[in-house]
Design a protein around this ligand. Structure first.
Ligand code: THU
Length: 132
């Protein structure tokens, strides 16, 4: 699967966003080594802290379908932002726990701007299970 195919899957996932409060729809798509794609979109709640981000939903979707972190080969995140959409701090922490440190993460917007990064770049010096 190409970078553009994965980003397009995230754009399609974004259509499933439930975001009546922020009106900020985010889509994510995670591809496994065998080419299977798991999508996520942000899902909000009137009790605002319960909102769940798109990228976390994509990761949890993959896990709930029986996949393991070591199968994860790429992730795309898309929103209608000025530049490529940057993941929030909470998602960076979850990615640090569950996404391979050096696998490609494609940040994108709806204008075709993209940036490739990794968990290592997004959250250096992370707190993890080894610290407990
Ligand atoms: N959001 C995401 O889905 N991913 C991020 O990394 C940033 C924020 C969502 C959460 C909320 O539904 C909306 O965007 C506004 O913060």
């Amino acid at each position: 699967m190409t970078k553009h195919e994965l980003i397009n899957a995230a754009i399609a996932a974004r259509e499933r966003s439930y975001s009546p409060y922020s009106r900020f729809a985010v889509g994510a798509a995670l591809v496994c080594e065998d080419g299977t794609v798991f999508i996520g979109a942000n899902v909000e709640n009137a009790s605002y802290p319960l909102c769940m981000c798109a990228e976390r939903n994509a990761i949890y979707n993959a896990l709930m379908n029986g996949r393991n972190s070591d199968e994860f080969a790429g992730l795309a995140i898309v929103a209608e932002t000025e530049g490529p959409c940057s993941p929030c701090g909470a998602c960076r922490q979850v990615l640090s726990e569950l996404f391979p440190k050096e696998a490609p993460i494609y940040l994108a917007n709806l204008d075709g701007d993209t940036k490739e990064t990794t968990v290592s770049e997004l959250l250096p010096f992370a707190f993890d299970g080894g610290d407990l």
